[in-house]
Write a protein that binds this ligand. Structure first.
Ligand code: FAD
Length: 479
């Protein structure tokens, strides 16, 4: 009978929740003691180091998870080091014979997990993995020819046809702790948050990491903004999207929970479907990453390998700081700095500006976003950067070059979004808010703007940059 009481280790990764957590619920059902575990793996393994903004999020998310697990009766143990070594140590310390986790889907993480599972099984231990991070397993949906999808619309249709995702699992009512406490590292000793300076302070203006806040965001969204989502989701000044991405990125909420919360809503059908289609974009990105593991590093379309990217350090630095002289680009980059997040429409505009106006390799932008986004996600980030660059699957064609002035005028017509993040332009007349460089001297003076001093002049001319980008693209086609 002794083995019956051997503890079960539940290894948390990007699933920092107790709700709809298949590994945790299955462990609870065994009726055995449970050791919830989070391992801070070395930065060099898996998809690489967590970005600085996401480390901040992780710190607070782990604290929230620890609180919920303590309430359920089994405290969270924190350990750092290579996962196989940590697991071996804990198995030796506690006599655990079963290790459970929810699958991760990034190819490097999957390689680690496969090796660990095989090694544990070879020792006669039970290692079980569960689904739940996606609506559907990325291996499941394939074309009629049993090939991965390369185009989003047929992927979406296949997803729709494949039936409803699993019913979310309610959290366990309680957990049994190990009879003796297990030593845990201290969260504060991991130094996940910035200290000097603490640039993350403004994150708190809009974010509360953790599962409870994720559910609150979901409720607010389905009770309100989902009505009108289709029309308003491109307007960065409005609170028109769910803002669930950082919670999804570290698994504080499951996509199935979100999907089911939108069931039976009386939101206009178009809005509902539109929202679900965005969730399906996330799935599509994972599908692409799974079938093309090099997505964050290599052009999906290798024709782009010959693209004449430019090394423009100064321009790159100005882009990162939101000092390009194009207000919508600068507002987006400053929103990213301030809140670790940027509105989707503006992500497209800023990415396009880096790639096409500055001709800087999309991989530099992808890395910058990975470091600064609280929702950084290997699949979604890489797939979207490649989408903007034109090098990705089902991508926007390279020759479609966003005009940052027209994009600003269309999606932020009165400049509310720009004024929020670029205070130098706060009182500029709406007629010039997206092109202060074209404003009459009197309008600038009335708004207290000294172009080139208080706000930069454009670092590139839109028309010339466009021609240069198109010529580079043409050389690719003919070269
Ligand atoms: P909502 O509009 O409420 O959408 C709901 C959910 O659908 C999102 O939370 C997200 O999980 C998913 N979703 C929506 N749009 C997309 C999309 N285009 N691609 C994939 N999933 C989507 N998203 C990330 O989660 N992590 C990233 O690292 C990331 N990097 C991006 C980089 C670029 C250059 C671009 C153009 C987009 C990127 N996105 C990324 C996608 C998108 O911008 C964000 O998911 C979205 O802005 C999150 O806001 P929301 O939760 O309010 O979205």
């Amino acid at each position: 009978m002794a083995t019956k009481q051997a503890p079960v280790i539940v290894w948390f990764r990007r699933d920092l929740r107790i709700d709809d957590n298949a590994a945790l619920s299955a462990a609870a059902q065994t009726g055995r003691p449970i050791l919830p575990l989070y391992i801070l793996e070395p930065a060099s393994v898996g998809t690489g180091p967590l970005g600085a903004a996401q480390r901040w999020w992780l710190r607070h998310s782990l604290a929230a998870l620890a609180g919920r697990l303590a309430d359920l009766g089994a405290p969270l143990t924190l350990r750092s080091g290579p996962a196989d070594v940590v697991l071996d140590t804990l198995i030796a310390e506690t006599g655990a014979d079963t290790i459970q986790w929810n699958r991760r889907h990034d190819p490097p993480g999957m390689t680690i997990d496969r090796a660990i599972k095989a090694a544990l099984k070879a020792r006669g231990l039970t290692a079980t993995s569960f689904a739940g991070q996606l609506l559907h397993d990325p291996t499941r949906l394939l074309t009629g020819e049993k090939k991965p999808f390369r185009v989003y619309t047929p992927f979406w249709k296949a997803l729709e046809r494949s039936g409803e995702p699993h019913e979310p699992i309610e959290p366990p009512a309680g957990l049994i702790a190990l009879p003796e406490a297990v030593a845990s590292e201290r969260l504060d000793d991991w130094h996940l948050t910035p200290e000097k300076p603490d640039w993350a302070t403004p994150f708190r203006e809009i974010w509360t990491p953790g599962e409870a806040a994720a559910r609150a965001h979901l409720e607010t969204f389905v009770d309100g903004a989902i009505d009108g989502y289709g029309a308003d989701r491109d307007r960065p000044a409005l609170d028109a999207t769910s803002m669930l991405s950082p919670y999804l990125a570290l698994g504080e909420i499951s996509p199935a929970r979100i999907w089911h919360a939108t069931r039976g809503l009386d939101a206009p059908t178009g809005d509902l479907v539109h929202f679900r289609k965005e969730l399906a974009w996330r799935e599509f990105c994972y599908h692409l990453h799974f079938h093309f593991p090099a997505l964050p590093e290599k052009n999906w379309n290798d024709k782009f390998d010959a693209f004449p990217w430019q090394e423009r350090e100064e321009a790159f630095m100005l882009w990162t700081r939101g000092l390009t002289g194009y207000p919508i680009v600068d507002a987006g980059m400053r929103q990213l700095w301030r809140h670790g997040w940027m509105h989707n429409r503006v992500r497209m505009i800023t990415a396009s500006f880096l790639i096409k106006h500055l001709m800087i390799d999309w991989r530099r932008g992808e890395k910058w976003f990975r470091d600064t986004l609280v929702d950084a996600d290997a699949a979604s980030n890489a797939a979207n950067w490649q989408w903007v660059a034109g090098s990705g699957a089902d991508a926007s064609p390279f020759f479609r070059i966003f005009n940052p002035i027209l994009q600003g005028e269309k999606f932020d017509p009165d400049g509310t979004y720009v004024r929020r993040f670029v205070p130098e332009l706060e009182t500029l007349d709406a007629a010039w808010i997206h092109k202060p460089f074209a404003a009459p001297e009197a309008a600038l003076k009335a708004a207290g703007i000294d172009l080139g001093e208080t706000y930069p002049k454009p670092i590139v001319d839109h028309g010339r940059a466009r021609e240069r980008a198109l010529a580079a693209y043409k050389s690719l086609k003919t070269g």
